[in-house]
Ligand binder design. Structure first.
Ligand code: FES
Ligand code: FES
Length: 141
């Protein structure tokens, strides 16, 4: 349907024109993570200041789902408190379980475009890779 088409376009746009791809200059939390089922990998860099995500960038190689998810995730968590970033990660996991999510006042940006992935269990690990890296990164903080 139209919503699926729109979401597919949003995913491809993030894949072809990734937001926040690159390295942070300032000292950042660095997390390397891979998807064991395919070997694709991501390196996420997060800069935290005063309990907030000041900046986030990623590098790596992977499928369109994993790379677009990293692009959407970094966009969504920028400027958010660590608490809110972790809440978003929880909402994303729920979305991957096919649950209806209620972000309330959390601005999730394009992240919801990936909700269709819930129907393809083999791809869920692709979509959650960046979020898992983010969780690990802020835990290190
Ligand atoms: Fe790599 Fe699906 S093809 S995880
Ligand atoms: Fe490897 Fe998607 S196929 S992360």
């Amino acid at each position: 349907n139209n919503l699926d088409t729109l979401y597919r376009q949003v995913i491809m746009d993030h894949y072809k024109h990734p937001r926040n791809r690159g390295k942070l200059e300032e000292d950042a939390l660095v997390v390397d993570m891979n998807n064991p089922t395919c070997g694709d990998r991501i390196q996420l860099q997060i800069q935290v200041e005063d309990g907030k995500v000041k900046d986030a960038k990623f590098e790596g190689e992977g499928c369109s789902i994993s790379m677009s998810s990293a692009s959407m995730m970094t966009q969504a968590i920028k400027g958010k408190s660590i608490e809110d970033a972790l809440r978003m990660s929880q909402l994303f996991s729920d979305m991957m379980l096919g649950k209806e999510i209620d972000p309330g006042n959390l601005e999730m940006g394009d992240v919801e475009a990936l909700q269709g992935v819930a129907k393809f269990p083999a791809r869920i690990k692709c979509a959650t890779l960046a979020w898992k890296a983010m969780e690990q990164g802020v835990e290190k903080n």
